[in-house]
Design a protein around this ligand. Sequence first.
Ligand SMILES: *[C@@H]1O[C@H](CO)[C@@H](O)[C@H](O)[C@H]1NC(C)=O
Ligand SMILES: *[C@@H]1O[C@H](CO)[C@@H](O)[C@H](O)[C@H]1NC(C)=O
Length: 345
Amino acid sequence: MAFHCVRTMSRTLTTEMCSHPRLPMISRKKIAFLIILCFPCAITVWFLVSNNDDFDLCYYCFFKDRNYFALNLHYKKGHFTRVPEAHCKESPPFLVLLVTTTHKQEEERMVIRDTWGKERLIHGKRVVTFFLLGSPADPSTDEDVSLPEEFNNYHDIIQKDFIDTYYNLTIKTLMGIDWVMNFCPQTTYIMKTDTDMFVNTIYLVELLLRKNQTTHFFTGILKTNDSPIRHIFSKWYISKREFAGTKYPPFCSGTGYVFSVDVARRIYTISLSIPFFKLEDVYIGMCLNKLKISLQELHTSEVFFASKPIFSVCTYRNLVTAHELKPQEIALYWKALQQAQNESC
Ligand SMILES: *[C@@H]1O[C@H](CO)[C@@H](O)[C@H](O)[C@H]1NC(C)=O
Ligand SMILES: *[C@@H]1O[C@H](CO)[C@@H](O)[C@H](O)[C@H]1NC(C)=O
């Protein structure tokens, strides 16, 4: 049927408009005007949102897990789905390294197994490494496919059935402590660290032996004056509902901290009465605060770094942790240290 017009519909309606219906053109001037008008509006809204503490309710509605505040004991306890055999009874370790990892970090785990995480005797003391994992955030992906084989080959993965996300790092860390309490309470020390770390286990054992404090001991990068970040777009944003105070209790940076096994046991017990808090290192600080366990320096000079010092044999021989290393760098630096063993600094 032909497209036709009723002339009487509107005086302005022309024949041409009827046969070729077109949207009215918006002029470039108008677009420019709209942009100029909207830009300050957007800036204002962003400013209001990012600096307003009371905005957190909306934030959680739209961006975050709504059940966030309801997280409870159940997930702290959880169920182990993979438990390695550590032979702690027969040969008690001096130091257990717990490394937080994610499913896709297989390459990182392989490099750590070959370098600082390799089971060995250091000054006659046994050092063992285990990787901490949750269950993949999206069970439909095949993230878990290669894991059974990896577990069978290395027997160094500790896993529970919580959803593995950054904001569940507290659960992951408590899982590690839970595992030590149940399967390896014979160890003297525990270290919690991450896959992008260089850990000079040799120097660490040396310093721990020199310090000779096997109870009430907690060390790392001491953070004694940190405040919650109230900027809403920060990865570490904390609302006033999550933490009302202006200062966190003293804690050690999550990049790497070391503690005696009695402290681990006490943290695990007290954690059942301390509400979930998503920043794992701060959470451990809250536990220590309640337990009245103070943080200590391991050495008179700085040995834990949350940065990546420029590599030299002498620098890395005299540090315990360096941060933000790629697997290749870890491998390279470790090899260089091994090869330079007999050189003096
Ligand atoms: C943490 O894990 C629990 C248990 O699996 C899950 O219900 C929750 O959604 C997870 N939280 C985040 C922020 O992913
Ligand atoms: C370590 O400390 C204990 C007591 O706390 C002491 O008996 C022991 O001799 C010390 N060992 C070394 C090597 O200093």
